[in-house]
Design a binder for this molecule. Structure first.
Ligand code: GDP
Ligand code: MG
Length: 458
């Protein structure tokens, strides 16, 4: 059973189509007053689940627009409540006039994600499915869209539910064995319990691995290029983006602000960030640019340290800025302009005395760039996309990691004490942690976090 949360009983309204002009515009109403509002605006009561065509009028009978109305009677609707959808013309003014009229009739503006939240509260969808709706709409790649759809159709929650089921089974078995000890059979023998925990642990780990792929597909990674002026940072950005996004010049200090470009490598969305060259700034604008570049490193998932192969003064910058490089994320040293030196492009075998792996490229001649892309996928742990991918979020990864460590501790504790009561308690803790993923166990704070990221009308 889902922990009960207070369900709202008022009626909400929002424009569900994006702002701006369009062929049609949709206004969505959900809640107990939907039928009355339908009658007020349409003049008649539309039949549930049937297309009704007619005028949308205000209280004085003035026609505001005409179009199609759809009425869904609860519980057979997206939110599980009565829903009215008005599909009129997609102009901001005409939509706003209808919206204002509905608000005057007594409903209120929906908060971001409130329709999905109601669908969740009325058990129409679980929390991962609600999140998948937002992910599907926000998808930046085809793979992300497909993965979000898989989550929406329940692939992710099914895995979680299966894990929970096994935890519950094991706990029931433990509790039964404690309550009804059998003299002849040792129900709590090590070999009856430990393999079951290990098996669940393995499944949690593989689910976590899949979820990590899902999070990469959804969020992508932030790759920051830094290096001295004229190393070829902007050229590299352009080369990866396949367009002349940033200005390239042989004048030092050309890039002063941060330039970003979205690309995707085989479904891994990458935000490439080109920065101002690192050197002693010549003016305040450049100084600010360098400050921003260094700031951007803090949120990087991967750093590309770009060097000019023909520049023998690289050591100066290394000594000055290397301490500022983030730790715990992949850093790749790129030697650019190999077209001038004749070195072979690509990854060199990693030297033990080199702090970072080294890859030779030419951003101008597009040499070694494919190797760089492959290597980026590799260091980020991005595997090939499979049909079964689903999108996942940071909070899902956190829950799965917590579950992993609860199970680890449980195994240690069980090995040390053999206390079945404690083990049963651990199984309950692991179950609760997993239940926050699908929202079986949730609270207002969690829902706020999840639904505030939605847009209005969703
Ligand atoms: N020969 C050669 N020149 C390059 C290469 N990459 C960049 N350049 C040149 O180096 C200069 C500086 O490049 P730019 O991308 O603006 O460097 P940034 O200051 O690091 O952004 C320009 O004249 C580029 O054409 C390369 O791989 N080979
Ligand atoms: Mg530049």
């Amino acid at each position: 059973m889902k922990t009960t949360l207070t369900t709202t009983t008022d009626t909400i309204v929002a424009i569900a189509t994006p702002p701006g002009r369009g062929g049609i515009g949709v206004i969505r109403v959900s809640g107990p007053d939907s039928a009355d509002l339908a009658k007020a605006v349409l003049g008649v009561m539309p039949k549930p689940r049937r297309v009704h065509y007619g005028a949308f009028s205000d209280s004085q009978g003035h026609v505001l627009d005409e179009g199609i109305a759809l009425y869904f009677k609860q519980p057979n609707s997206f939110t599980g409540e009565d829903i009215l959808e008005l599909q009129g013309h997609g102009g901001p003014i005409v939509l706003d006039m209808i919206l204002q009229h509905l608000l005057k009739l007594g409903c209120r503006m929906a908060r971001p994600g409130e329709f999905s939240e109601r669908a969740f509260l009325n058990d129409k969808i679980n929390l991962t499915q609600a999140e998948a709706i937002a992910d599907l709409i926000d998808s930046s790649t085809q793979q992300a869209a497909r993965s979000a759809l898989n989550s929406l159709q329940g692939s992710f929650s099914k895995l979680i539910d299966e894990l929970i089921e096994q935890l519950v089974d094991l706990r029931c078995y433990l509790e039964a064995s404690i309550d009804f000890p059998d003299e002849d059979l040792d129900l709590l023998a090590e070999d009856k319990i430990t393999p079951r925990i290990k098996n669940i642990q393995d499944q949690v780990s593989s689910t976590l691995k899949q979820a990590k792929q899902g999070a990469l597909i959804k969020d992508g990674i932030q790759v920051v290029i830094i290096g001295k002026p004229n190393a070829g940072k902007s050229s590299l950005l352009n080369c990866l983006a396949g367009s002349s996004r940033a200005i390239v010049a042989d004048i030092e200090g050309t890039t002063r602000d941060i330039i970003e470009e979205q690309i995707n490598i085989d479904g891994l969305p990458i935000n490439i960030i080109d920065t101002a060259g690192l050197r002693e700034p010549t003016d305040t604008i450049e100084q600010e640019g360098i400050k921003r570049a260094l700031k951007r490193l803090e949120s990087a998932d991967c750093v590309l340290l770009l060097e000019d192969a023909t520049d023998n003064k690289q050591a100066e910058i290394d000594s000055k800025y290397s301490a500022l490089l983030p730790t715990g994320i992949p850093i790749i040293r790129l030697i650019n302009k190999v077209d001038l030196t004749g070195d072979t492009p690509g990854l060199t075998t990693r030297d033990a005395d080199q702090p970072y792996p080294l890859l030779r490229i030419s951003a101008k001649q597009n040499l070694g760039i494919d190797q760089l892309k492959e290597y980026l996928k590799e260091v980020m742990g991005f595997n090939h996309i499979s049909e079964g991918n689903f999108t996942a979020r940071r909070r899902h990864l956190d829950s799965l990691m917590d579950t992993e460590s609860i199970l680890n501790d449980a195994l240690t504790q069980w090995g040390n004490t053999g206390a079945a009561e404690l083990l049963a308690e651990d199984m309950r803790a692991a179950q609760k942690r997993l239940e926050t993923i699908t929202g079986m166990f949730s609270n207002e704070d969690l829902l706020d976090v999840v639904f505030s990221g939605f847009c209005i009308g969703k």
